[in-house]
Structures are given as C-alpha cells and as structure tokens.
Design a protein around this ligand. Structure first.
Ligand SMILES: CC(C)(COP(=O)(O)OP(=O)(O)OC[C@H]1O[C@@H](n2cnc3c(N)ncnc32)[C@H](O)[C@@H]1O)[C@@H](O)C(=O)NCCC(=O)NCCS
Ligand SMILES: Nc1ncnc2c1ncn2[C@@H]1O[C@H](COP(=O)(O)OP(=O)(O)OP(=O)(O)O)[C@@H](O)[C@H]1O
Length: 224
C-alpha cells in the first residue's frame, strides 16, 4: 500500500485533486471527515469539548454545533489550540484505524489473488504541521497551493464569510511550510479542468514508475 498525504490550506483544491486521484484508482480519506466523526454524538471527547466551549455547544441530538464551535475556537489562537489538543489525538487514532483497515483489506485481496494491484491511499490534510506525529503513516507527502485571493473567492462561493476564512488561514501552515515538506506541489491557479489533467498526468507518471519505486520518506519515514 502506498499512502500519500495531500496537504493544502483551506479551499486550495485538495478535494478537487483527490477526487481526480480517486477516479484514477486511489482510495480517499479526508481528515475533515474524520474530524466530523470525532465530534459525532457518541464521541468520547464531547465532555471535554463541553467543559472548554460551553454546555450549549451540543445540539439536542447530542452532536456538536459546528458553527458555534468554529466561532468560539477561531476567536483566538489559544482557543484554536485548545480545540486541537482535544480533537487531534482522536483524529490521529481514527486515521490509523482507517489505514490499518485498508492494509488488512489489501492483504486479504492479495492472499486471494497475488496479482492484485497495490492500493494507493490519498489523505487530505488541511493542517500539515499538526500531523507531524503521524508522518510515519505517509510514504509520500504532496501538496497544493493557490493564491489567497482565489481561495477566499472560492470559499465565498461555497458560502464562507471572508472573516471566518481569514481567521482560519491565520491558524494554518504557510505556503512556504507546505513547499518545504512536499515532494511535489500542484499549483491550482488555472481552471479545474487543467488541474485535473495535471493530476492525471502525475498519476500516469507514478504508475509508469511503479508505486513501489517511489522513494519512501525515510524508512517509511518519521522525519518532520
Ligand atoms: C471548528 C470546526 C468544528 C469547524 O467545522 P466546520 O464544519 O465549519 O469546518 P470543517 O471541519 O469542514 O473544516 C473546514 C476547513 O477549516 C479549516 N480548519 C479546521 N480546523 C482548523 C484549525 N484548527 N485551524 C485552522 N484551520 C482549521 C481547514 O482548512 C478545514 O479544511 C472543525 O473544523 C474542527 O473540529 N476543527 C478542529 C479539528 C481540526 O483541526 N481539523 C482539521 C483537520 S486535521
Ligand atoms: N481550479 C479551480 N478553478 C475554479 N474553482 C475551483 C478550482 N479548484 C477548486 N475549485 C473550487 O474551489 C472550492 C475549493 O476547492 P476544494 O474543495 O477542492 O478545496 P479543499 O482544499 O478541499 O477545501 P477545504 O478542505 O477547505 O474544504 C470548491 O468549490 C471547488 O469546486
């Protein structure tokens, strides 16, 4: 199995790229989905979330009021860090479980048919710096960048208030950080069709090279 982390800030194009990779044959995992799972009604971290962000943070059905939590968490760096300290260990655990499930699936498929193709898993990572503790899972880290104005406009088209966008960007790793940690960086500055073609070309190169020949990060590396 080959695990790729796809890093990028808010509205940079991670989902657009990973959907194209999925069409090419990859399995997608989005850390924002795991974050939703971490705040679902039966989550073990809800008592801590209530203790830090207020008893009124839960819906009558028991899940978190995400908009209210976003308002409170992104009101300051300190509050955002508090939320991350509660939530990220569970997101890390859910990611490890998901990757382990896929590895077990691949092993079972291989046992039935040794010629079955290697699984390629793409993980959408909005906050690369906070995932340093799980870099050991990644065989390869790639990224996507896009100018801030285009990202703000694209997020706005999805209904995000520009102030909310700015508050989140302020807490996110910089483009320089992404470039420094990624072996390949897509620049999502042109149309979505052009982006999709670049992604398909990249995939085709990797397939031609053979995923097993792509240099792994360290010894299935753990370096930051
Ligand atoms: C605060 C929450 C409830 C807001 O939920 P909401 O539905 O509005 O946003 P969603 O989860 O879909 O995230 C959208 C984007 O916001 C940005 N974002 C989310 N959390 C953070 C954060 N702590 N710092 C900076 N940006 C963030 C990311 O770019 C993300 O892709 C939620 O984002 C959350 O639980 N965040 C903390 C967990 C986290 O850090 N998740 C990022 C994945 S590791
Ligand atoms: N090249 C492009 N041209 C025009 N619109 C684009 C382009 N790439 C992405 N978009 C649009 O911009 C928005 C953000 O893209 P996408 O959802 O892929 O980013 P993301 O990084 O996954 O966002 P987030 O994780 O913050 O939700 C989407 O509405 C998407 O359709």
């Amino acid at each position: 199995m080959h695990v790729i982390y796809l890093a990028g800030g808010i509205a940079s194009g991670k989902s657009t790229i990973s959907r194209t990779l999925q069409e090419c044959g990859a399995v997608r995992i989005d850390l924002d989905d795991l974050s939703r799972e971490a705040l679902a009604a039966d989550s073990p971290i809800l008592p801590q979330i209530m203790a830090e962000f207020g008893d009124d943070i839960l819906n009558p059905a028991g899940s978190v009021k995400r908009e209210l939590l976003a308002q409170r968490a992104f009101s300051s760096t300190e509050r955002a860090v508090t939320l991350e300290e509660i939530e990220l260990p569970l997101i890390d655990k859910l990611l490890r479980e998901r990757v382990a499930e896929l590895a077990a699936q691949e092993e079972a498929e291989r046992a039935a048919d040794p010629a079955v193709a290697e699984k390629v898993v793409v993980v959408e990572v909005p906050l690369l710096d906070r995932m340093r503790g799980s870099f050991d899972l990644a065989d390869e880290i790639i990224g996507v960048v896009c100018p801030l104005n285009a990202r703000r406009a694209r997020a706005g088209q999805r209904g995000m208030d520009p102030r909310d966008f700015n508050r989140r960007v302020d807490q996110q790793p910089s483009e320089a950080y992404i470039r420094a940690h990624c072996s390949h960086v897509f620049n999502n500055i042109r149309t979505a069709d052009v982006m999709a073609q670049e992604v398909r070309d990249w995939w085709a190169e990797r397939v031609a090279q053979g995923w097993e020949n792509v240099p792994k990060r360290g010894a299935r590396g753990s370096q930051a």
